[in-house]
Write a protein that binds this ligand. Structure first.
Ligand SMILES: Nc1ncnc2c1ncn2[C@@H]1O[C@H](COP(=O)(O)OP(=O)(O)OP(=O)(O)O)[C@@H](O)[C@H]1O
Length: 261
């Protein structure tokens, strides 16, 4: 299968008035087309930096990134972002909000508008097309944000903690809905999360990053028996807990190796 994302020996140093900070060191990873991969790791291990480099928003200090075999040299419309905040425009209706990406890319054709409205329907939000963001719950607003992202038909989706501002029940419902939508549309997806259970329940593979500097600590393949189930169903399986333990143990090992003797 073709690699959608290839990160080759990427290191990154931030330099500012306080000095230099090695945020990532020699990161090597790849994501297959259609694969769902989660990045987990302690705060500050470089997850957001890595996503920004892959998306072409930051040029790495060393190494290179390829998307579908092409070198990444700047932002590309092939990558769509979904973030913790929905960034909906309060003065625009939901129908107008989901067209923003298409407008920015100069692609607001009748066909694309139709597709965006179809996605809104898939997300169960057609009845709210004329509403304004303030009239929607946090979970509904995140569904609108996903429609806005998918409307431009990106090949790869970066999900940077998209559920972390939601209450637990809404988060579980949204995990299921996003899982189903992304699998149905066969999107290659990279999820950044602090929630180990969420990472295991949603992914084909979990990549654990270690901090100071950010490096790939361990990769855990999730068996298809779990990966092909809805996240809430996967969480209930007997086979789920051993994977949780495996990832948690990696966190504990990382923590121990950082303790002074
Ligand atoms: N613009 C910047 N200038 C200097 N240092 C930065 C900058 N952005 C991030 N860093 C540092 O680089 C390291 C990695 O940051 P990054 O935000 O990528 O980590 P993260 O894993 O996404 O963190 P979190 O889980 O808390 O969101 C951290 O030590 C951070 O302080």
């Amino acid at each position: 299968m073709t690699s959608a994302v290839e990160v080759n020996q990427v290191s990154h140093i931030y330099v500012n008035e306080h000095g230099a900070k090695l945020a990532l060191e020699q990161i090597q990873l790849s994501v297959k087309t259609g694969e769902f991969v989660s990045l987990v790791g302690p705060s500050g291990c470089g997850k957001t930096t890595l996503l920004s480099i892959i998306a072409g928003l930051i040029a790495p200090s060393e190494g290179s990134v390829r998307l579908f075999g092409q070198p990444v040299t700047g932002p590309t419309p092939r990558v769509g972002y979904m973030l913790q905040q929905d960034y909906l425009f309060p003065w625009r209706s939901i129908r107008e909000n989901i067209m923003i990406g298409l407008e920015l890319m100069g692609q607001k054709t009748a066909e694309k508008r139709e597709y965006a409205l179809h996605l809104l329907d898939e997300m169960g939000l057609s009845a709210h097309a004329g509403s304004y963001p303030r009239e929607l719950s946090g979970g509904m607003r995140q569904r609108v944000a996903l429609v806005r992202t998918l409307a431009t038909e990106p090949d790869v989706l970066f999900l940077d903690e998209p559920f972390s501002a939601l209450d637990f029940q809404t988060k579980l419902q949204l995990e299921n809905l996003i899982y189903e939508t992304l699998r149905k549309h066969r999107k290659t997806s990279l999820l950044v999360t602090h929630d180990i259970a969420e990472a295991i329940a949603m992914s084909d593979r979990v990549i654990i990053l270690a901090p100071n500097p950010g490096t790939v600590y361990k990769e855990v393949d999730i068996p298809s028996s779990l990966a092909e189930m809805l996240p809430t169903q996967a969480r209930e399986q007997d086979g789920f807990q051993p994977y949780f333990r495996l990832v948690w143990q990696a966190f504990e090992q990382m923590e121990r190796s950082r303790q002074p003797l």
